[in-house]
Design a protein around this ligand. Structure first.
Ligand SMILES: *Cc1c(COP(=O)(O)O)cnc(C)c1O
Length: 395
């Protein structure tokens, strides 16, 4: 049995996307900037993709710029808003503690350049309170950046309300919607969004391509200088096949969103119910306001890495909230932000189901996690101390 339950990390390329990409990886390899036929065909395909992407989020085609993915879109959105702010003497930014590193590290860079950043807390449920946003906005605030859905704990933020507050105060609003696009309904106009980041490989498109939505009138700062591609907002020969594949994947994901969302919500709820039976465990993030496929847990007395390796032996691909894979032993900033203690945050598990997940898969995952957690606890010194009463249980 192999179960891929790490769809927040990346997703499988959809067959339609691959099929749509093939001509641009083979015969139709012309440069979109060239005047002869194969170049013009590639250019037309890009413009068609722009229309498709725009229509999926309620934007206009000229408001979409193609990038290399979520990280680049986040960088460009935030640096552009900062540039606009600086010109108007506004150097304050509002964000929150559980953003993706593509946002947090960009904000950190701006802090070294004289910007002041307020990081709002999220509370135990992992959700930003719009009232906090309202209070944090100052006369010199140029940008609010709050993600649509969190990549670790899956919590969904009140983007529409936050956007409304920003509109009223005349502050730009950016949202990292990488986990949400193709999975949750998004309409940039009714959700009051000025800038939005997305990445194809999170919705069954290819890796290395994404897009940035920038409401018309917002002047973007380009990160890459060179040619006049993307109306001068991003230089470099376009990733034609990637862009075409992304549009096709998005169209497919949006058309199946409702059906998949319902099915996944039921499976997710069963998974949460099953894992909750493990003693001294806790669900991370709000029970209801979370992505339909996201389950994130902490188990006391174990290490996430051991859990992942043993689950891999049983054919289950999952992930942990700790950043050990990136060479750091720091627990996830997201788990710390929702109030998990260091020790507990190390024993975390994130399962993000795929569209093809079945009820049998879920039962198999529940059984496996239960067995693996007991096994790991059977020789954990931390667990021994807890059960011997030498230290106190947190969960
Ligand atoms: C994956 C992810 C990113 C980064 O996207 P890439 O396309 O891999 O650069 C940014 N933000 C969130 C919330 C993500 O989940």
């Amino acid at each position: 049995m192999r179960i891929y339950a790490d769809n927040a990390a990346t997703t499988k390329l959809s067959p339609e996307a691959l099929f749509a990409m093939m001509p641009y990886l083979t015969d139709c390899y012309g440069n979109p900037s060239s005047l002869y036929e194969s170049g013009q065909k590639a250019k037309e395909a890009i413009e068609q993709a722009r229309e498709t992407v725009a229509s999926c989020i309620g934007a206009e085609p000229k408001e979409i710029i193609f990038t290399s993915g979520g990280s680049e879109s986040d960088n460009q959105a935030i640096l552009s808003a900062a540039e606009i702010g600086k010109k108007n003497g506004k150097t304050h930014i509002v964000s929150d503690a559980i953003e993706h590193h593509a946002v947090l590290h960009t904000l950190k860079k701006l802090q070294t350049r004289g910007f002041d950043v307020t990081y709002l807390p999220v509370g135990e449920n992992g959700i930003v309170d719009p009232e906090d946003v309202k209070e944090a906005i100052r006369e010199d605030t140029c940008l609010v950046t709050v993600m649509t859905a969190n990549n670790e704990i899956g919590t969904i933020q009140p983007v529409c309300e936050i956007g409304k507050i920003c509109r009223e105060r005349n502050v730009l609003f950016h949202t990292d919607a990488v986990q949400a696009v193709g999975h949750l309904p998004i309409h940039v106009c009714s959700d009051n969004i000025d800038l939005l980041s997305a990445s194809a490989h999170k919705f069954h498109g290819p890796k290395g391509v994404g897009f940035l939505y920038a409401k018309k009138g917002i002047r973007l700062t380009n990160l890459i200088e060179g040619g006049a591609q993307e109306k001068g907002r991003r230089a470099g020969t376009e990733n034609v096949a990637g862009i075409v594949g992304m549009a096709e994947a998005l169209k497919g994901s949006v058309s199946r969103m409702e059906e998949n969302g319902k099915k996944l919500t039921d499976l997710r709820n069963r998974l949460i119910e099953g894992l909750s039976e493990i003693p001294h465990s806790a669900l991370n993030g709000d029970r209801e306001k979370r992505l339909p496929n996201n389950v994130s847990f902490c188990f006391e007395g174990i290490e996430g890495e051991g859990l992942l390796l043993l689950l891999d032996d049983r054919g289950i691909c999952a992930s942990s909230g700790s950043a050990c894979t990136s060479g750091s032993l720091d627990p996830s900033h997201v788990l710390l932000a929702i109030g998990r203690k260091h020790d507990v945050a190390h024993g975390s598990l994130r399962l993000t189901l795929g569209d093809d997940a079945t009820a049998e898969d879920v039962e198999y995952i529940i059984r496996s996690v239960k067995e693996v957690v007991s096994y790991l606890r059977s020789f954990s010194p931390v667990w021994r101390d807890l059960t011997a009463g030498k230290s106190e249980f947190i969960l």
